[in-house]
Design a protein around this ligand. Structure first.
Ligand code: NI
Length: 169
């Protein structure tokens, strides 16, 4: 079973995800499917709503599968500390072909359960802090374009509208 990564416009991307009740074999299968989808698209992060599943689960691998041990699985993640600010280019598998400069915390800490249901903490700076904030946003139905100022947001959204009209989205 393999679900496609949803693109902006899909309602599932805009709903707040609900907590996982228990890390069952079914949830582990979901995690495995998400990791496979992320690697297939050469992404560095993916949240469950992006494949149409409204659960608080995301995966991050800054190496996109090239480095053993780089995968982080976060089930029912909760914020720890966040501090500082960074401005870097960012994209999303749900807005393929687009990127924009987004303000994010310079450091972010997330407490979550891993694939085995054990508690763990991801303490990230730079790209990892950015990825954590981006994926946490997905669990609230927020996309990075929502965090852009009016002009850069409408440029991206207008180009997507045109692609959609042309049947290319
Ligand atoms: Ni994304």
């Amino acid at each position: 079973m393999s679900r496609p990564v949803l693109k902006i416009g899909a309602a599932a991307l805009r709903a707040a995800a609900r907590p996982v009740e228990a890390v069952t074999a079914e949830v582990q299968a979901l995690v495995d499917e998400m990791v496979a989808a992320m690697y297939a698209e050469r992404g560095i992060g993916l949240a469950a709503p992006q494949i149409g599943v409204g659960l608080r689960v995301f995966v991050v691998d800054l190496s996109s599968g090239r480095e053993a041990g780089a995968l982080r699985v976060c089930i029912n993640p909760e914020w720890g500390e966040r501090d500082g600010m960074q401005l870097e280019e960012e994209g999303c598998l749900s807005l393929p072909g687009f990127s924009a400069t987004v303000a994010r915390p310079a450091r972010a800490v997330v407490h979550a359960l891993d694939r085995e249901g054990a508690r763990h903490t991801v303490d990230g700076t730079g790209l990892m802090a950015r990825a954590l904030q981006h994926e946490m946003d997905h669990l609230e139905g927020t996309l990075y374009v929502d965090r852009l100022r009016g002009l850069s947001r409408s440029m991206i959204l207008n180009r997507i509208k045109k692609l959609d009209r042309d049947g290319k989205w």
